[in-house]
Design a protein around this ligand. Structure first.
Ligand SMILES: [Zn+2]
Length: 529
């Protein structure tokens, strides 16, 4: 039987050093709970010696019980020339009260001399003493051998001596780290295999994605005998990021057929990925393998046609296995199959016998020619399909609007007036905003909530503007994409016009209209995020 691969998550420590990532203590607790529910084996919560926020995290974490995962505190070997028990940073690690402590130490003789500025012998003592001290206090110790591969290439005998020092002191796992992320799989395989032959303790792997090989290197090491893998959710981390666990985990399960996290967790992988992006306040990367929104999207008419007949023709696995789903992208490349699949995905009952099908496809193509792009604007596309199917009713219309801007000194204020008609009623509202679109959004919203209370929960979450050159050779047009969200879902709408305000208004109107009509569209849409 193949040995289970231990998954060690460092999203909260290494991951938090990524560009644009900053977690509060509460954020960290929420992610830790989620990782535990998912079933990773270790959660590295932070470095208590490096900042007070991490000390607070461990104090809070002590009061919670984790079902699957064991919590790890991260720190470094003792300083040179002091006893482990007298080292403040080591004391903070013990105070963190975690069952697991991970210690990083130097493998490279060059780094020992230039960075630590000590002797090779003292570095070996620093590794051994620190681990022995922690083992004597009953901790499970993971040893992260920094720069393992670079250090080995520079001086194999010394690198191996550092690993042996860790093992003899009682380290439970010895983790080879490609700290600079510049190694290639063949080197990883060779060195991991060699270490595996010398070290009786469990061997782990910690890689970075600097040359795009973070996941490949981790899998190579697992193939060469490592049975413990460190990484982060969505690969967040310093520079180009850490080894991405949202790729490693499904690769282990579906490609290498090796057990790691509980099997029934795999269908929640995409959710976990989205959850971490949301807490980190990062825009999800649609091109992430396995869990990205585009991972199973089909655009070319021929691909769509083939996928309809045989899903395996352009999909390596069933997207549902990792909680993802198939999407069809609408575009000028679209054929009838795209329109049918997309309409069905949006909840419309359309098949190849639907009489309005050709008109629908023609309408999409004409609008795309004018500068519209429905690929990312499902909300507007759903409204277009609804109209094409013959339902021209709208929940409201705009009778008139006016936008003005005045500036005095450093201050400028925009004001918008909107007259909205709903059935036989109308509402006339005025609102100010810090820009014309903001003012228009506020005025429109305050008019509409008088009739539709539900719209109070709708927020504008992103606004993108692009200049598109219309093919007719006239003035450049502006394309506006608006992303809106409420508690249940997120949708995007589009507007195109030579005038940016007019384009923005179209997208805003579509957004509110979609919010009001979506109950008509089947559940397929609401579950999409
Ligand atoms: Zn790292």
């Amino acid at each position: 039987m193949t040995e289970r691969v231990e998954v060690y998550d460092t999203t909260l420590r290494d991951g938090s050093q990524g560009l644009g990532v900053s977690f509060s203590v509460l954020d960290k607790l929420r992610i830790a709970e989620r990782l535990d529910a998912f079933g990773v084996h270790y959660i590295e919560g932070g470095w208590p010696g490096s900042n007070p926020k991490d000390v607070e995290f461990f104090n809070e974490a002590k009061r919670r019980t984790f079902r699957h995962a064991r919590l790890a505190a991260f720190g470094a070997t003792r300083r040179k020339g002091v006893q482990a028990q007298d080292d403040e940073q080591v004391r903070l690690l013990i105070d963190a009260g975690t069952p697991v402590i991970t210690i990083v130490g130097k493998t490279s003789r060059l780094h020992v001399r230039e960075v630590l500025q000590t002797t090779p012998e003292e570095n070996l003592a620093m590794i051994g003493d620190t681990i022995a001290h922690l083992k004597a206090r009953g901790r499970f110790v993971v040893y992260d051998a920094e720069h393992s591969f670079d250090g080995y290439k520079e001086d194999p005998a010394y690198a191996l001596a550092t690993l042996s020092a860790a093992e003899h002191a009682g380290a439970d796992v010895v983790v080879l780290c490609d700290t600079n992320g510049g190694s290639i799989p063949s080197e990883i395989v060779e060195i991991t295999r060699l270490v595996r032959g010398r070290i009786a303790a469990r061997v782990g792997i910690h890689t970075h994605d600097d040359i795009g090989l973070g996941v490949a290197n981790a899998l190579a090491a697992l193939d060469a005998g490592a049975t413990h893998v460190q990484g982060t959710i969505n690969g967040i981390g310093e520079r180009t990021g850490n080894c991405n666990l949202t790729s490693v985990i499904p690769n282990l399960a579906f490609k290498l057929k090796r057990p790691s996290v509980p099997e029934d967790s795999l269908v929640t992988l995409k959710e976990l990925s989205q959850f971490v992006d949301e807490i980190a306040n990062l825009r999800p990367n649609p091109r992430l393998p396995w869990v990205g929104a585009a991972a199973f999207s089909h655009k070319g008419g021929q691909h769509v046609n083939a996928v309809q007949k045989l899903v395996s023709s352009y999909e390596h696995i069933d997207p549902a296995l990792v909680g993802n789903s198939r999407h069809v992208l609408m575009s000028e490349l679209a054929g009838r199959s795209n329109v049918i699949m997309k309409a069905r995905e949006l909840g419309f009952d359309v098949d190849k016998e639907t009489p309005q099908l050709n008109a629908m496809l023609q309408r999409v193509k004409d609008l795309e020619h004018e500068g519209y792009e429905f690929e990312a604007a499902d909300g507007s596309l759903a409204l277009l399909i609804r109209r094409a199917l013959g339902d021209e009713t709208t929940p409201f219309s705009i009778d008139a609007y006016h936008v003005s801007m005045r500036s005095s000194g450093d201050n400028s204020v925009c004001e918008a007036t909107v007259k909205v008609v709903v059935g036989r009623d109308h509402a006339h509202t005025v609102a100010e905003g810090d820009g014309p679109v903001n003012a228009l959004d506020r005025a429109l919203r305050s008019a509409l909530v008088k009739f539709y209370k539900d719209l109070e929960g709708v927020r504008l979450t992103d606004y993108k503007v692009r200049i598109v050159n219309s093919s007719s050779g006239t003035a450049a047009r502006t394309r506006v994409l608006i992303e809106s969200s409420d508690a249940a879902s997120t949708w995007t709408t589009i507007g195109v016009d030579e005038n940016i305000i007019e384009a923005s208004l179209q997208a805003l109107v579509d957004s509110f209209e979609f919010a009001l009509l979506r109950k008509e569209f089947a559940a397929g849409m609401a579950s999409r995020r």
